[in-house]
Design a protein around this ligand. Structure first.
Ligand SMILES: Nc1ncnc2c1ncn2[C@@H]1O[C@H](COP(=O)(O)OP(=O)(O)OP(=O)(O)O)[C@@H](O)[C@H]1O
Ligand SMILES: Nc1ncnc2c1ncn2[C@@H]1O[C@H](COP(=O)(O)OP(=O)(O)OP(=O)(O)O)[C@@H](O)[C@H]1O
Ligand SMILES: [Mg+2]
Ligand SMILES: [Mg+2]
Lengths: 220, 220
């Protein structure tokens, strides 16, 4: 697949004839320099952006031709997304932000379920705080809890430990690992942190919009 | 100094009787778990927030009693700030965002000056891109360029390499080091990255709003 932004003077080839696969039930890390196309790759894999040319197959179906309604359905049930800039709703509390995807999927959110996932990321005592009453790392953990609450088959996470100290990062990475091992979770995670990449089963390296290397962990 | 947020059920003591000094002409790193008070400390040092009790001395003057006009003057000329969430203006290009502090300080921004600092952070070819046309790491580097363009005596940087790959981070840290060594720059930098902390002259550790440790680099 290829993804191009703009035209003329500000034309940028974000992804240049890239072919990658995120195997089901396994954890893939994506690394590469700033501006190399990592976020773009994740947005396309999650149906948030269209490709300029090429195919995007999810469970065998090409989602690039899917209708907006089909894509919304996909995003609400199959795919959980942790955005690089968190994308929390400023007027809602941590609890309401995490409950939102459940409401959007037409389910009645149970307080217990929402509180359980916030406690898992270490924020059980912050349910009623709004994003501006939380530190950067706390906001990021709310964003992680929100992506996991619908138990999506695929988790797409864009630098999910970027704002976390090493202890908080280890907690989050441990959670993800047990989801892969015990629950067959599929994960694609962008990261700049070698410790986070070391938790994955394979690592892809992007540079200037191309895949330049990949590594499989011996134990994977 | 002490800083408390909220009251009753959501009362949080962000900083608890903290005494720290950021020596002039030297580089201090601040580390600590997510939610330990690092950003709050930086906001107070830069006159962006008031303390609940205690003093904040900049060049011998307690800025906690300063008027809004005095604080604005301080922020426009003496202090450069790199925010944890970048705080770029979405409707402006990279070049316009970087020129903004010069305009606010009443100076006519020279294109050459603005382009030079953007080139220094590796974005000489992105002058006319708006924040949403830039990757996370590129946006962070625009925020760094914007904080440096007025050549402030004190730079307060909140996880300035958080969204950068290790090469881009090394470039930024190298720039800051030569500003300290050659220009007598004073820097206070929050970071979770041990490589970034290793570039500083001393490191403070915060936990639950208190200073729990500090380390001075042998060569400092
Ligand atoms: N406006 C606010 N209202 C209420 N609580 C706040 C507010 N701002 C910060 N806090 C709380 O104060 C504490 C310190 O926050 P601060 O942003 O300084 O943390 P931090 O050390 O920078 O964390 P991180 O590494 O996650 O960025 C946190 O527990 C946070 O939830
Ligand atoms: N909407 C857009 N318009 C124009 N260019 C864009 C747009 N979005 C991204 N780009 C460009 O596409 C390239 C890839 O961006 P992407 O966000 O995927 O990078 P990244 O690898 O995630 O970087 P980072 O590590 O800094 O987050 C960058 O050069 C960026 O400037
Ligand atoms: Mg990115
Ligand atoms: Mg912070």
């Amino acid at each position: 697949m290829t993804r191009v932004y703009g035209s003329g003077g500000t034309r940028v080839v974000a992804l240049d004839d890239v072919t990658v696969a995120f195997p089901s039930g396994s954890w893939t890390a994506v690394m590469g320099p700033s501006g190399s196309g990592k976020s773009t790759l994740l947005h396309i894999a999650g149906g948030l952006e269209k490709v300029t040319s090429g195919q995007v197959l999810v469970d065998g179906q090409d989602i690039n031709d899917a209708s907006e309604a089909e894509l919304t359905g996909l995003r609400r049930t199959k795919v959980g997304f942790v955005f690089q800039n968190f994308n929390l709703l400023g007027s809602l509390t941590a609890e309401q932000n995490v409950a939102m995807p459940l409401k959007l999927a037409g389910r009645r959110p149970s307080r217990l379920e929402v509180q359980a996932v916030l406690t898992q990321v270490g924020l059980g005592d912050r349910l009623s705080h709004k994003p501006r009453e939380l530190s950067g790392g706390q906001q990021q953990r709310v964003a992680i809890a929100r992506a996991l609450v619908t138990k999506p088959t695929v988790l797409l996470a864009d630098e999910p430990t970027g704002a976390l100290d090493s202890n908080a990062a280890r907690t989050v990475l441990g959670m993800l690992r047990s989801m892969v091992n015990d629950g067959g979770q599929t994960i694609a995670m962008v990261t700049h942190d070698p410790m986070a990449a070391a938790s994955a089963d394979q690592v892809l390296f992007l540079s200037d919009g191309r895949v330049v290397d990949d590594m499989v962990r011996p134990s994977a």
